[in-house]
Design a protein around this ligand. Structure first.
Ligand SMILES: [Zn+2]
Length: 351
């Protein structure tokens, strides 16, 4: 099927199972018959069907850091894995593939596929549009998690300042702090608190600890952190002021004596909100907000945008807004996704 931008649209699509298809290359999902899979990052909604891909593919491609995280977080070691560095193109059959860094989690990448005709397809994957480069392309497949116009956050520098002030003032009140967030976001906050010279010890449960060690391996300083199971970690937990960094599932176990800070992308408008005696939600996301998505699309300047309707978010609304604001053709794929809508409601109401 042809299109007004001269590209065969059937070769660029998002399947119901969440596979991003860029010609011969499949990203972040499984599609029978495709021989190369790119893993853009280690979050679970980007690893769908990975066992099938490992069984059927000639190549699994990801960044060196994502390979390391796959091992420590998931115990996955694909035998056919290749790990090109960012911005170093490689060829598979007639396509050229290049991974570019994104601001999301260590090792995360956006994917550029160029065909022999010089047509360029980009999959943004998940990203926050601050230190992420927009890539000129013909067709852009776009994350739509915060694709509704109501999803507007304060600037990252404002959130960073308010978060460090909040942490400082809770520490001055002699409170220990538990910070809850997803993997990657926790390490981002450890790094920023370390850089703002907050020097109380950091505690990580074992899985967070092993991820933090990979961050250190790639040169990201996270301060003094200890496994909650180590001798030193236990000592810190018993006797000192500390900041613990835990997955959100730890929330029911947080002691009433600790201050609890939940990092979430679903806090809009204000940098943070107090929701209990010692409980706060802070507006910190690894994803772009609505305005950042629109700015990124404008810079990529594609002829067509496909918004990701296989994962939670607002893909149909984002496609509408891209066309209305930028005059660029846009559509959600898959066109219907009832599961996604249900999930969006749950996530949207969570905090
Ligand atoms: Zn992600």
């Amino acid at each position: 099927m042809g299109s007004k931008c001269g590209v065969d649209l059937m070769s660029i699509t998002i399947t119901n199972s969440g596979a991003i298809v860029l010609n011969k290359v499949v990203c972040d999902g499984y599609l029978p018959g495709h021989r190369i899979r790119v893993i853009t990052h280690v979050h679970s909604d980007h690893l769908w069907g990975l066992e099938d891909s490992i069984r059927d593919s000639d190549l699994i491609c990801t960044t060196p850091a994502t390979k390391d995280l796959l091992e420590v977080m998931r115990g996955i070691y694909p035998p056919q894995i290749i790990t090109p560095n960012y911005k170093v193109p490689f060829s598979y059959e007639e396509d050229t593939i290049t991974l570019f860094p994104t601001q999301h989690i260590l090792g995360s990448a956006q994917v550029l596929v160029e065909n022999p005709m010089g047509e360029r397809y980009v999959y943004s994957s998940d990203f926050r549009y601050e230190q992420t480069q927009a890539i000129k392309c013909d067709i852009l497949v776009l994350d739509a998690t915060y694709g509704h116009p109501s999803c507007i956050r304060p600037s990252f520098s404002k959130v960073k300042d308010e978060l460090t002030n909040l942490v400082q003032s809770e520490l001055e009140s002699q409170n220990s702090i538990i910070i809850l967030g997803f993997y990657g976001k926790l390490q981002e906050v450890m790094n920023l608190l370390h850089e703002t010279k907050i020097e109380v010890p950091f505690i990580n449960p074992p899985k967070v600890y092993s991820i933090s060690k990979i961050y250190e391996k790639y040169g990201i300083a996270l301060g003094g952190f200890y496994s909650s199971l180590s001798e030193m970690g236990r000592k810190v937990l018993r006797s000192q002021q500390y900041i613990g960094f835990y997955h959100p599932s730890f929330r029911p176990k947080v002691s009433k004596n600790s201050t609890c800070i939940f990092l979430t992308g679903w806090q809009f408008g204000l940098p943070y909100k107090k929701i209990g005696l010692r409980e706060y939600v802070v507006s910190l996301s690894g994803h772009s907000d609505f305005n950042q998505l629109i700015s990124y699309v404008k810079k990529c300047n594609p002829k067509l945008v496909i918004t990701d309707n296989a994962r939670p978010g607002s893909a149909p609304k984002l496609a509408e807004e891209i066309t209305a604001r930028l005059g660029i053709e846009a559509k959600p794929e898959p066109s219907q996704n009832e599961d996604r809508k249900q999930h969006y409601t749950i996530v949207g109401k969570k905090f």
